[in-house]
Design a protein around this ligand. Sequence first.
Ligand code: BYC
Length: 341
Amino acid sequence: MYTQAIDTDPQFVATQGAMRSVGATHASHDRLLASFDQRIANDEKIEAQDWMPAAYRKTLLRQISQHAHSEVVGMLPEGNWITRAPSLRRKAILLAKVQDEGGHGLYLYSAAETLGSSRAEMLDALLEGRAKYSSIFNYPTLTWADVGCIGWLVDGAAIMNQVPLCRCSYGPYARAMIRICKEESFHQRQGFELMLALCQGSEGQKQMAQEAFNRWWWPVLMMFGPPDADSVHSTQTMQWGIKRISNDNLRQQFLDATVPQAQLLGLSIPDSDLRYDDSSGHWQCGPIQWEEFWRVVQGDGPCNRERLNTRRIAHEEGAWVREAAQAYALKQAGQQAQALG
Ligand code: BYC
């Protein structure tokens, strides 16, 4: 449980109570909103017990729960390779990485819970197809090189997107992101190292690396979200200090960092329009197929059905664990109550 949840300002409780019982007057709402806006302008952190506009709460809940779902669904493409990792060392690394992703899901569900939604409600939204998760996890991992590409490219993209989230205006989300980013950094390095080993290996290994790279390159560029002009949430979330850097700017940062890495690996980038623009000092990619992105986001990617189905089965098969944990917690609470008389 977050400690700030018990550190509640009595004046806030009184204000909330009054607003609930007699209905918020416009004046009191305007005062609260002005104070919230001022805190955002001052770059202060908003905490779970603080007043916040309903729309701020809603968009955070949407983004953090989607992020949590992405971490948990993101365990599946790589999880498929744990039994087939080519050495004990690779298996140990992959196990640790996939376990980290599960941990990220837990921190993020906990951060989202501070906004007033239960984990069961969030999971229902995922399993019933009402909540999104990252488009990238709807692509298959056909060979061992796909595991390298996920680490190098997907986690590399995740770091670009998530480091600015450590400065997010909502405290519990920002703090969760600090540890997540440290772990993502290790994930990215192990992916690059895996790709380096393949690219320095036999002709067959090099070919495997190139083919996997060809599959992941475009979906990873899409992962940053639609172009800024089509991003429905960016303007507001940037005003609120949730999103600090726009989708297109993050995509550009990723491109500039990753093209030289691909060149170092000796991989050819599957984009005949890719060029370095001397005047801006940036790499420019060819047109992104946004129809493919929206198709995947709307549930019609190569693995959408498989991923959700696997999560549904895991949820059903895990029911006994949840029931046992609840029964144990109830028993403990009963024993404690008895001991206190
Ligand atoms: N996939 O207005 P926009 C990881 C949706 S986990 C699916 O720009 P926003 C990892 C968007 O939700 C990586 N949907 O949205 C884990 C919105 O639809 P709704 C996950 C997408 O929120 C395991 C609509 O398109 N990272 O790295 O301002 C192993 C319009 O978009 C996507 C996070 O979740 C997408 N790619 O910006 C390895 C980070 N992009 O909700 C690695 C936190 C957009 O209105 N999230 N949509 O129905 C964010 O930073 C932002 O939510 C996004 C999107 C940049 C993703």
